[in-house]
Design a protein around this ligand. Structure first.
Ligand code: KIV
Ligand code: NA
Length: 265
């Protein structure tokens, strides 16, 4: 089980082999996801929603991202590990972005970083790449800009936004990013972008024409409830499984059937 590299991601695109990715935020989950054979694991800033219960990704801090990333890195032996740079850690200027990128790499031990945006942050991305850090781009519905968008609806439905997305994708690819996440954009556009650039596109709500797919692990396992976009396929109903198991435990405690003699010293 050779460790997956950013180079391997690009080879997979060239070979036409689809890339599988999921998020993880903790050691135990990352061990399971990696053991199942996933190609890449993202420590998403969706940890803000899924782990901390915030309404958006904005409040999560660099320290909190490093805590999650370190935990994930300890559980992974094969997958490529990518960590989100959180809101505020790279938008101020190039220098601060590079400093924070280096800090996250050093302290977490992850393999690469992901930043949201195109032309607006291209100088910062180039500086991070120049420091020797692999960067994954992220275009389309970029949740750190939710307050600007004002809606979680599909992005780039009109020509102006679609053209900007395509030119941003080319910019990121030419700058040397190793992959690009496309979130919640029309399938036709995501397919076109995937054909136009040489680095792999990883889609979420972007249809079947991207070079890979990513989902939030708690969503696809059915642990979370009440988040039901059409792109989300639930592969398990962990919410019910956990609720039933916990209910059984409560019953056993109440009626004194747990612990039994074999479970006692
Ligand atoms: O934070 C996250 O989980 C993400 C993926 C959904 C792409 O950025
Ligand atoms: Na994210």
């Amino acid at each position: 089980t050779r460790k997956v590299t950013t180079h391997r991601f690009i080879e997979m695109k060239q070979r036409g082999e689809k890339i599988s990715m999921l998020t993880s935020y903790d050691f135990t989950t990352a061990s399971i996801v990696d053991g199942a054979g996933i190609d890449g694991i993202l420590i998403g800033d969706s940890a803000s929603n899924v782990m901390a219960g915030n309404g958006t990704t904005l409040p999560i801090t660099i320290d909190q991202m490093i805590y999650h990333a370190k935990s994930v890195v300890r559980g992974v032996s094969r997958a490529l590990v990518v960590c989100d740079m959180p809101f505020g850690s790279y938008q101020v200027d190039r220098k601060e972005g590079i400093k924070n990128a280096i800090r996250i790499m050093k302290e977490s031990g992850c393999d690469a970083l992901k930043l949201e945006g195109g032309a607006e942050i291209i100088d910062t991305i180039k500086g991070i790449l120049d420091a020797g850090i692999p960067v994954m781009g992220h275009l389309g519905l970029t949740p750190q800009s939710i307050n600007k968008f004002g809606t979680y609806a599909v992005r780039a439905k009109d020509d102006a936004e679609a053209n900007k997305l395509l030119s941003d994708a080319k910019l990121l690819s030419e700058a040397g990013c190793f992959a690009l996440v496309l979130e919640k954009v029309p399938s036709v556009l995501a397919t076109e972008v995937s054909k136009e650039i040489h680095i792999p596109t990883i889609g979420i709500g972007a249809g079947n024409g991207t070079d890979g797919q990513i989902l939030v692990v708690d969503d696809m396992l059915g642990k979370t409830k009440g988040f039901n976009p059409r792109f989300l396929r639930r592969y398990a109903d962990l919410n019910s499984i956990m609720t039933d198991a916990i209910g059984q435990y409560i019953t056993d405690v109440k009626d004194c059937s747990f612990p039994n003699e074999n479970e006692s010293y």
